[in-house]
Design a protein around this ligand. Structure first.
Ligand SMILES: *[C@@H]1O[C@H](CO)[C@@H](O)[C@H](O)[C@H]1NC(C)=O
Length: 341
């Protein structure tokens, strides 16, 4: 009697455990199935095609890991920014960085510095150069490490609008193909300061329409190159590691900045003020096109990226401003520079 009761108890417990286990397994299979479906939907959405089923299986696994990372980050309390499943969701962070981030930040700039905004005292509390018509639509560098060209071009488009009143989209491909002096090596990377120097010495830069972006290294088309649409007189560096100096500069024109954009949170950034942890190994060139303060009081830089409109906030990121470190978040205040009209 005692024995049977005991058995009944154990059997009942065993059945419970088994039931729980099998329903969990079923849920897991269901989850896998729906994740697989999500991957397929994502592939359709971004027109992704894999060469065979092995490649698809590999990409699916990366996609699944990335989705898990994105969702756990978004569920974490107190993060003022959100991540999103974007066109880069089937790439590991290593693959992602490898193709895009080619700012040659380790090469020191040698320009003798004067800073034309050093005596600026009053700056507005908010600046958005897009609202002043000084920023062209978001561009997409694709799988070419030409960020340095996009950054320099955006700053040049800005100063051109401010000095001539006209906003013209200018050619990154001209820089990639023709600016082969020094450290600038097309899709293999370059420096914004060198790009400005090239534009100055070349007597200008032609339009995007005339010398269209291809996203691969090419030979310089000298006929197209000769058709200059915008010129600059020189360039200056913003005093390094000084967000106050950067503020004075951005208040006056769009500024090229170098950042460390190597983290997963950067890869999948979607909205809000980015406060993520990142280093100061400058590997990406972008453009500061404004600044402000969010509703919750977080100060930010408004930054134009060149990863298309499906990354971030329609291609833009708000990055935390006035952080404790003098280098700024992700090193944004370390190597800022701008062209002069
Ligand atoms: C800033 O002010 C100082 C002192 O008046 C002056 O010497 C310097 O040339 C000014 N700098 C600029 C860039 O105008």
């Amino acid at each position: 009697m005692e024995f049977t009761d005991h058995c009944r108890y154990i059997c009942f417990a065993l059945i419970l455990v088994l039931a729980a286990w099998s329903s969990q397994a079923a849920a897991r299979t269901l989850q896998d199935a729906s994740m697989y479906e999500r991957h397929e939907q994502w592939m359709t959405q971004y027109g992704r095609v894999y060469k065979d089923s092995n490649e698809k299986e590999l990409r699916y696994k990366i996609f699944k890991d990335n989705v898990a990372y994105i969702e756990s980050s978004n569920n974490a309390a107190n993060k003022p920014y959100k991540l999103g499943i974007n066109p880069f969701a089937d790439l590991t962070n290593e693959e992602f960085i490898e193709k895009r981030n080619r700012f040659k930040g380790h090469m020191c700039s040698t320009s003798i510095n004067s800073f034309k905004y050093e005596n600026v005292t009053a700056v507005p509390s908010t600046v958005d150069w897009r609202k002043k018509g000084a920023v062209t639509p978001i561009k997409d560098q694709g799988q070419c490490g030409g960020c340095w060209a996009f950054s320099a071009v955006a700053a040049t488009e800005g100063i051109t609008k401010l000095s001539t009143g006209k906003l013209v989209s200018l050619s990154e491909q001209e820089l990639i193909d023709c600016d082969t002096s020094g450290v600038d090596q097309g899709c293999e990377g370059g420096l914004m300061d060198n790009a400005f120097q090239f534009i100055q010495q070349n007597h200008g830069l032609t339009t995007e329409a005339n010398y269209a972006y291809k996203g691969v290294d090419g030979t310089c088309n000298s006929k197209k190159e000769a058709n200059d649409a915008a010129t600059i007189n020189g360039h200056e560096d913003v005093p390094a590691n000084n967000e106050k100096a950067l503020l004075k500069a951005v208040a006056n024109q769009p500024i090229s900045v170098a950042i460390d954009a190597s983290g997963s949170d950067f890869q999948f950034y979607s909205s809000g003020v980015f406060t993520g942890t990142c280093g100061t190994q400058l590997d990406h060139g972008v453009t500061a096109v404004g600044y402000g303060t969010s509703d919750d009081g977080t100060k930010y830089w408004l930054v134009k990226n060149s990863w298309g409109t499906q990354w971030g906030q329609e291609g833009y990121i708000q990055m935390q401003r006035d952080v404790d470190a003098p280098e700024g978040l992700c090193g944004i205040a370390m190597q800022a520079s701008y062209p002069t009209a």
